[in-house]
Every structure is written in C-alpha cells, then in structure tokens.
Design a protein around this ligand. Structure first.
Ligand SMILES: NC(=O)c1ccc[n+]([C@@H]2O[C@H](COP(=O)([O-])OP(=O)(O)OC[C@H]3O[C@@H](n4cnc5c(N)ncnc54)[C@H](O)[C@@H]3O)[C@@H](O)[C@H]2O)c1
Length: 254
C-alpha cells in the first residue's frame, strides 16, 4: 500500500470491471477511500470487498450514469459518507460497432447517454461539491477515436470527441476554483468489454492478444497501465496539470 492519495475520496464510474475496476483498486492501494460504482450489484460489491480484503477502504453504490438522479445520489452519498469528493473518474463507457448507416437513433442515444451525458451528470454534481471545497480532480477516460473518428465506431467517436470538449471547457471554467480536469487517451486495453465486442465479431481472446502484438510496444495494454496515470493525475504531484490530453496509448502517436 502506498500513500500518495491518503485522505482523498475517489468516485470511479463503471468500476465493476475492466479499466474502471483496475483504477478503483489502484486508487485504493494508494490510500484513497474509493466509491466503486456501476449497474452490476454483485460485481460492484465484489470489487469493493476485494479492496477492503487487501487493506483498502471502499464502498459500492449502484449507479446507472444515464440517470441524473443516480449520479447525484452517487456523488452526494460519497461526500456524506467520507466528507469530500476529491477525485472523479468518468470511465463508464460503451463502444458498440457501427458506421453512420448502421447507427439507429436508439444506438446513438444509448452511446451518448452513457459516454457523454453520464460524464456531464457526474461532473456537474461533483463540481458543485469540489467548488465548495476549493479543490478537486476530474479525469475523463478518452480515446484516440475522439480525434480522428473510426469508420465502424461512428457514435462512439463522436461521444469521445464531445468528452474531450467537455474536458477543455470545464478545465478552463473551474481553474480558479482549484478544480483540475484532464483527459487520458487510452489505446487498446484487454477488458471484458473489449473481449465481448471481439467475440461478437467471431474472434476469441487469443486472437485479440495476437492482434495486440501489432501495437508499437508489442502488446495489448492492461487496466493497470491506465490506472498508474490516473493515480498521478489524482495526486498533488499533478497540481499544475489541467486541460491536458495525456496519451497512454501503448506507443501509438496520433
Ligand atoms: N478497452 C479499450 O481498448 C478502450 C480503448 C479506449 C477507451 N476505452 C474506454 O475505457 C472505458 C472503460 O472501457 P472498458 O474497456 O473497461 O469496458 P468494459 O465494458 O470492460 O467496462 C465498462 C464499464 O462501464 C460500465 N457501464 C456501462 N454502461 C454503464 C452505465 N449506464 N452506468 C454505469 N456504468 C456503466 C460497465 O458496467 C463496466 O463496468 C470506456 O469509457 C471506454 O470507452 C477503452
């Protein structure tokens, strides 16, 4: 256990599995009190228990980020339980395939609701608390698709582009309130979500790992690769960093 985040309270959306889970675990290992959140009650309690079993502090609050009342409850319960909200990681995300012709209104709305509206709701309620505290760090989990798009990830790419704009806009608006807002450009990470998408395309996990060898650093990334940078951006070591676009993309240069 480290102590770089001692006394800090962190909320991580979509932390029942994948990158979010890895982030929640590592924030706790650095001494943060962590609020694990997501829709899956069983998996969420398991992650929080795993953190407590290894000496950390965590609770799980069931949250669907597409609903504002859920996000408001998440942030306010975290503040009431632990006394502050110092770190918010907007990680919850979905990445269904489809070009514009394949994108129905329903798919568009679903992707925007989780990836963009969820981050808006959670940031809005966190900022109301962080402003009163005079400090806070928001970290948005982004993607290279937020810049160049992706032919078969149309809605996803637009949602991540919006999240980048949200990052810049909030970083500018709340610097004087001591609130930092940053964006991590994630590359290609092996997660349950990524495996499920590839399986739906007819590929197994082994195929995915083989494809990962094409990455400049020769392997797929892990949730921990991302979590290390989230810890840094959450910590006081990053106190002069806001509005930054940090590539943690396994050597891909955009
Ligand atoms: N895996 C990659 O290669 C990759 C690359 C770039 C960016 N990302 C981004 O990283 C983030 C995490 O992706 P992952 O690969 O870990 O995916 P994952 O599917 O393994 O995990 C996603 C998490 O988000 C949660 N979630 C989905 N809808 C939700 C909702 N309505 N409310 C609350 N939680 C919800 C899921 O339950 C899960 O906990 C996403 O924002 C994704 O866009 C991933």
């Amino acid at each position: 256990m480290g102590n770089r985040l001692e006394e800090k309270v962190a909320v991580v959306t979509g932390s029942t599995k994948g990158i979010g889970r890895g982030i929640a675990v590592m924030l706790a290992q650095e001494g943060a009190r962590v609020v694990v959140s997501g829709r899956d009650l069983h998996a969420g309690h398991e992650v929080a228990q795993e953190i407590r079993d290894t000496g950390g502090e965590a609770v799980f609050i069931q949250t669907d980020v597409t609903k504002e009342d859920n996000c408001e409850r998440l942030i306010h319960t975290a503040a009431n339980n632990y006394g502050s909200v110092d770190i918010l990681v907007n990680n919850a995300g979905i990445f269904p395939r489809g070009d514009i012709l394949e994108t129905t209104e329903e798919l568009w709305d679903e992707v925007m609701s989780v990836n963009l509206k969820g981050a808006f709701f959670c940031s809005k309620h966190a900022i109301s608390i962080m402003k009163a505290q005079g400090k806070g760090s928001i970290i948005n989990i982004g993607s290279g698709h937020g810049y160049g798009g992706g032919s078969n990830l149309f809605a996803y790419s637009v949602s991540k582009g919006g999240l980048l704009t949200m990052t810049k806009s909030l970083a500018k608006a709340y610097a004087r309130d001591g609130i930092r807002v940053n964006w991590i450009i994630v590359g290609w990470v092996i997660t349950p979500g990524e495996i499920a998408v590839r399986e739906a395309e007819g590929h197994d996990e082994e195929w995915l790992k083989q494809q990962g060898k094409r990455n400049p650093f020769g392997r797929l990334q892990t949730p921990e690769d991302i979590a290390h940078v989230v810890v840094f951006l959450s910590s006081d070591e990053a106190s002069q960093i806001s509005g930054a676009e940090i590539p943690v993309s396994g050597g891909w240069v955009k």
